[in-house]
Design a protein around this ligand. Structure first.
Ligand code: NAD
Length: 276
């Protein structure tokens, strides 16, 4: 009989399993990113918060996370559409919280319009924030992760990284590209203890979704209630929005030692949408 070598990884996920790790979650002042930041802080990781918003509210959020979970929290406000600002943020962050162990590329925006009237500037900005920013942050952390032989890169793509919908050319292109980047990072990091995965939510109720409803209503010539029922949830068989807590829980699991063999994957959290 073949001998089975004992595993040297810790046997179970435990509540403070990420204690001592540092996580950067881009776009974490709101929605899914905030849910992920809370989940990682609850697991003990020190958190770098990034994103736009009211500075007083962001500072209050930092105090809340740090008090509730006994972790260090830092706000790094770089505009993720600007490569130079990203480079500066990564240097500042490493100097204060230490090297990034967990990189969650989550910042993203949306614009809904038919191809023939899709504004070129929106195309460029969506590609910059939803795709290129993930390359810039990954490039900034990769050598350090390799040297320390541990890293987790989690790219928040979308069901729209796997399938398309009309009127979302830039978003769908960027999210498909993000899954491609994830696979390359997985292959390049595989022997150095780095995993890279994409999480592909279906519709999650957040400000990003709420804000696109008027545009969808205009493009589809529907009321807002009809957009929710007949457009947003039409392909989501569970007929419910996913929650930010569900996405946060998956991201936390992907950071565990038990997820070491999950890499290069694009994992749907979409209520069965992409099973169609
Ligand atoms: P949201 O609008 O609630 O949050 C977006 C976050 O990104 C905010 O913190 C915002 O300040 C930040 N952000 C936007 N532009 C930025 C920039 N230039 N620089 C830095 N930060 C910036 O959106 P959300 O719904 O939580 O979406 C988060 C991610 O999840 C996005 O990548 C989105 O594509 C993806 N996603 C969302 C859904 C959904 O249904 N909500 C579904 C699939 C994928």
């Amino acid at each position: 009989m073949d001998t089975i070598a004992p595993s040297n990884s810790r046997p179970v996920m435990h509540s403070r399993m990420l204690a001592g790790r540092t996580a950067l979650v881009t776009g974490s002042t709101s929605g899914i990113g905030l849910g992920i930041a809370r989940a990682l802080a609850a697991a003990g990781a020190n958190i770098a918060i990034n994103g736009f918003g009211d500075r007083v509210e962001i500072d209050a959020l930092g105090v809340e996370l740090s008090r509730n979970y006994d972790v260090s929290v830092q706000y790094v406000g770089a505009d993720m559409s600007q490569p130079d600002a990203i480079a500066l943020m990564m240097r500042e962050l490493t100097a204060t919280l230490g090297p990034v162990d967990i990189l969650v590329n989550n910042a993203g925006i949306q614009h809904v319009a038919p191809i023939e009237t899709f504004p070129r500037s929106r195309w460029d900005t969506i590609l910059a924030i939803n795709l290129s920013a993930a390359f810039h942050t990954t490039q900034a952390v990769f050598a350090d992760m390799k040297a320390r032989r541990w890293g987790r890169i989690i790219n928040i793509a979308s069901a729209h990284g796997l399938v398309a919908s009309p009127f979302k050319s830039a978003y769908v292109a960027a999210k498909h590209g993000l899954i491609g980047l994830t696979k390359v990072a997985a292959l390049e990091g595989a022997e150095a203890g780095i995993t890279a995965n994409a999480v592909c939510p279906g519709y999650v109720w957040t400000p990003l979704v709420e804000k696109q409803i008027p545009g969808q209503a205009r493009s589809h010539n529907m009321t807002e209630a009809e957009v929710i029922r007949n457009v947003l949830l039409v392909n989501q068989p569970t007929k419910r929005f996913a929650t930010v807590e569900e996405v946060g829980a998956l991201v936390t699991f992907l950071c565990s030692d038990q997820a070491q063999s999950i890499t290069g994957a694009a994992l749907p959290v979409d209520g069965g949408w992409t099973a169609h």
